[in-house]
Design a protein around this ligand. Structure first.
Ligand SMILES: Nc1ncnc2c1ncn2[C@@H]1O[C@H](COP(=O)(O)OP(=O)(O)OP(=O)(O)O)[C@@H](O)[C@H]1O
Ligand SMILES: [Mg+2]
Length: 401
């Protein structure tokens, strides 16, 4: 950032009575490309807004693009920009403003876009900032965003919590060959003076391995030994009824995984498992019937309804089972993973020692490319288990149908 931009950014913060943290000041001093690997809540998004605004004010007739993974996140970021400019003496600089675009009277504009937007192509930009860059399709960064800067000699800022090593964000961050052209930062959440040690200790206890990714700015990709499995194996057979069934349907050549569970409040007991090849409708019904379950019993079924699973969801609904379909997205998968970790840490999950294949998949679990899988690649029962930790508020809504 040029010296004038830097001084203006500091002044905008001061006008809003914000004392920037040292690392935020260091980020704002950067002239050139910048990559920041950070923990949660360190003020990444806020500093991004300051950077964008001060740059647009100082450098006339420039375009700044800010890209976030989702519409919600791009609106959040733009909220900061809106708040920062809406103060005297800056207000007078506004020419036009919408929820995602700010035009200044000096001819500059700032546009905040979700990465899903198909209108990103075609811009020429002087500064591009990508918030949570590691979560964005890397082709968007390399094929769409890089070229917007080609004629302007503009700069790129990539900021993110860690997610996926198999991604341009990590390649740039880890590369030593291009280190001259990139200013690099790694900022764990503990560097934020407003985050207490007690809070971090609590989060560490409840997030397990995810803590590293969320707060320590460390990748957990390639990490094995994720679950402390011995703690959650139940040797004695509890006489519990099956009241919830989780089904991971899998593709045509994959395995289908079924977990028969007893769910009571926060507690989940996995009582039995089934793993079979193919995912034929009758096969699913037979497995459930073989367990002595019929649609009149109060048993809920949760099924991965992505792709071929949709058919199985509809079939089970037709048979009269209380069925809820879940479509995996990167976001809800990550949330389910965090909740699963939380349940394990808090001793809310028990797995019967009968469930040999699930136990094996949990022992072999590994993070690869930001995703949970197993060393062998067979992860159907693990994903069936994750279904238990998807958003419970949606369940009731769907059961009504
Ligand atoms: N220097 C600062 N002084 C006081 N509060 C700050 C400062 N920087 C950021 N904050 C506040 O800290 C909170 C987190 O900021 P921000 O959303 O920018 O962080 P983030 O790293 O993007 O978080 P997340 O990981 O959730 O995306 C916000 O409430 C923000 O207003
Ligand atoms: Mg943020």
């Amino acid at each position: 950032m040029c010296n004038r931009c830097f001084r203006l950014a500091i002044e905008i913060a001061r006008l809003h009575e914000i004392t920037l943290f040292d690392y935020q000041i260091d980020m704002l001093k950067v002239v050139g490309n910048c990559i920041v690997l950070g923990g949660r809540q360190i003020g990444k998004t806020m500093v991004t807004a300051l950077k964008a605004l001060s740059n647009a004010i100082i450098h006339t007739k420039t375009t700044t693009l800010i890209v976030s993974p989702s519409l919600r996140q791009s609106l959040h970021l733009f909220g900061y920009i809106d708040q920062f400019i809406n103060i005297d003496p800056l207000k007078v600089l506004i020419e036009r403003k919408s929820k995602t675009e700010l035009r200044l009277i000096n001819g500059s504009r700032i546009i905040s876009l979700p990465s899903s937007s198909n209108t990103i192509r075609g811009y020429t930009a002087h500064l591009v900032i990508v918030d949570e860059a590691n979560f964005i399709d890397e082709e968007l960064i390399t094929r769409v965003l890089f070229p917007t800067l080609s004629t302007t000699k503009g700069h790129l800022w990539l900021i993110s919590t860690p997610y996926n090593k198999d991604h341009i964000f990590y390649q740039i961050y880890a590369s030593t060959s291009n280190s001259n052209s990139w200013h690099k930062f790694r900022i764990p959440s503990s560097m934020n003076p407003l985050i207490s040690k007690e809070f971090l200790t609590m989060q560490k206890q409840s997030l397990g391995i995810y803590y590293k990714q969320e707060y320590e700015a460390e990748y957990i990709d390639d990490h094995t030994d994720i679950f402390n499995i011995s703690k959650i194996i139940l040797d004695t057979d509890l006489q519990l009824d099956i009241n919830t069934i989780y089904i991971d349907v899998g593709g045509y050549s994959d395995y289908m995984g079924i977990l028969y569970c007893h769910k009571k409040g926060n507690l989940l007991y996995v009582l039995d498992e089934y793993q079979g090849q193919g995912q034929y409708l009758d096969q699913v019904n037979n497995q459930i019937v073989n367990k002595g379950i019929n649609p009149n019993q109060n048993v809920s079924i949760v099924v991965d309804s992505t792709g071929v699973g949709k058919g199985i969801e509809e079939y089970l609904i037709q048979l009269g089972y209380q069925t809820k379909g879940i479509s995996w997205t990167r976001d809800n998968q990550r949330n389910a993973m965090i909740k699963l970790m939380h349940a394990i840490q808090n001793k809310q999950l028990f797995i019967s020692s009968k469930c040999l294949m699930l136990i094996r998949q949990m022992r072999e679990a590994v993070f690869k490319a930001g995703k949970l899988t197993t060393l062998s690649g067979t992860d159907d029962l693990l994903y069936a288990l994750m279904l238990a930790y998807t958003d419970s508020t949606k369940r009731h809504a769907q059961i009504l149908y």
